[in-house]
Design a protein around this ligand. Structure first.
Ligand code: ZN
Length: 489
């Protein structure tokens, strides 16, 4: 029996309740993964870092967790109304590549980003293209249960019929009539009966590259059915936690629930729905059209015009954890700089921890610290409060190190265990190579001074050689009005 008091906020019930798994000691968790047609963006990274902490903390509490996070490599259309092209097909045409080349490239990029953030790989990472049979089977089952119909080779989910017997909008609590009124009229060319109906299986047009045979002719699966089919396969008809970005709740997750209920007949297929909030930059929504959206690797290299400098992956992870996953996270140079300092202070204390001198008595209360830290994590994974308490730990470490406080041997071993397990195992932070930023910066400034000196002596062959050699090893030099700067690629 796992002894804890973990409470989780459930989007479905809009309440925070004690976590009770379906099977004692086990947790099944599904998180909607990326659509691999582009570089992993920061909003996604935040979502997956948040669920990485959930995964890590559940394991830390002693649960055996099966964490499934899918890769969408087919079926995700450009908009939610089953219109437009498949995102991967569109990119493949644009770049004149096979769709699977696009999938391969961006899956690797995604894993690269997850590794940089020290996010643990999920237990299973299924792909949509690897589960076409399961998606066809689920579509057949929903049809035979009477909740889907065929129209011209495409299979639609009958939302109106489903909503007569079930609360279709339970997840968001929206009013169904308002939703209907807010959805535009069906055009003459659309085959579906109701405005809210969505495709489970889509008939492939002749030019569509990604296509599979089905009982209804050649086509490809709808995006929503992918997650229902794969969560059913690996976690069963009912499971504990389903997560994703909050933008997925109104359509993708609402439709996932409808499919699960229509297929499996369980009224509550998922017990806890968890959603992460959005990112903002200097208080504004992060968006490509506003030009304020940067990629994880642009943060790590500082190569975006909104960034004053590069920030290490662990600085960014620490920064993300300073906000609760259900709050917006606002990126700014000031906030990132503050996070960099905070992270360095924390890591400095982690390095001092082992070598602290113990005394006969303690002047510090480690058990209170432990209680506070677990209470914060148990409160819906409240990482900002957890960090605040960990900094009380940092204060104790520094005070003992400075001889201002004393710690007994047993308290010291408790403190070491607590700090290590929380900082490294649960929050997933790690020591970064000590020679990073400061020392590289000093070294680079020295090299750039030599180059400036060569230029002033009109020794351009030397200054160009320095620039070219640096470029070869990944340092890009920019000569500007206010001197020369560099970025790491
Ligand atoms: Zn999904």
């Amino acid at each position: 029996m796992i002894n804890h008091n973990l409470k989780i906020y459930n989007t479905l019930t809009r309440t925070t309740k004690k976590f009770e798994p379906i099977h004692v000691g086990h947790v099944g968790m599904y998180v909607c993964g990326p659509t691999v047609y582009n570089n992993a963006h920061l909003g996604n990274a935040r979502t997956f870092v948040s669920f990485d902490v959930v995964f890590r903390y559940l394991q830390h509490l002693g649960y055996k967790v099966r964490y499934v996070r899918n890769i969408t490599d087919a079926g995700h259309l450009e908009n939610d109304a089953d219109e437009g092209e498949d995102k991967i097909t569109k990119k493949a045409k644009l770049e004149q590549l096979e769709p699977m080349e696009i999938v391969q490239r961006y899956t690797i990029d995604f894993h690269h980003v997850m590794d940089a953030f020290n996010a643990l790989p999920p237990s299973i990472e299924p792909t949509a293209t690897g589960h076409i049979i399961e998606q066809i089977e689920m579509t057949k089952q929903i049809m035979s249960n009477g909740f889907a119909y065929e129209s011209n080779g495409t299979i639609y989910f009958d939302v109106e019929k489903f909503a007569k017997e079930n609360n279709y909008t339970a997840l968001t609590g929206r009013n169904l009539d308002d939703l209907l009124n807010g959805t535009r009229e069906l055009g003459g060319q659309v085959d579906k009966r109701g405005r809210l109906d969505f495709a489970l299986w889509i008939k492939a047009k002749p030019e569509h590259i990604m296509r599979w045979p089905s009982p209804w002719g050649e086509g490809f699966p709808g995006w929503h059915v992918e997650c229902s089919a794969m969560s059913k396969k690996y976690l069963g008809d009912r499971f504990d936690i389903h997560g994703g970005g909050m933008d997925l709740a109104p359509t993708h997750h609402t439709n996932e629930i409808a499919q699960n209920v229509a297929c499996n007949h369980h009224k509550t297929p998922i017990n806890y729905w968890m959603h992460t909030n959005m990112l903002t930059v200097n208080g504004q929504k992060m968006s490509k059209s506003l030009g304020n959206s940067f990629l994880p690797f642009e943060l790590f290299s500082g190569s975006h015009n909104l960034l004053d400098k590069a920030y290490s992956p662990m600085t960014v992870r620490f920064f993300m954890l300073q906000a609760h996953y259900r709050s917006t996270l606002d990126f700014s140079n000031e906030a990132l700089l503050a996070a960099e300092k905070g992270f360095a202070r924390l890591m400095n204390a982690m390095k001092l921890l082992d070598d602290l001198k113990s005394s006969a008595t303690s002047t510090c209360d480690i058990s209170e610290l432990k209680t506070n830290i677990y209470a914060a994590m148990d409160d819906d994974f409240n990482t900002p409060i957890t960090l605040a308490h960990l900094f009380e730990g940092v204060r104790i470490v520094n005070s003992v190190n400075d001889g201002k406080e004393s710690i007994s041997e047993s308290d010291k071993s408790e403190l070491v265990k607590l700090m290590r397990s929380m900082v490294f195992d649960v929050l997933g932070l790690k020591l970064e190579n000590a020679i990073h930023t400061d020392k590289i910066d000093g070294l680079m400034n020295m090299i750039l001074d030599v180059r400036t000196d060569a230029k002033s002596r009109k020794d351009f062959s030397t200054s160009d050689l320095i620039r070219d050699k640096l470029k070869e090893i990944g340092f890009e030099i920019k000569d500007g009005k206010e001197g020369t700067s560099y970025t790491i690629n």
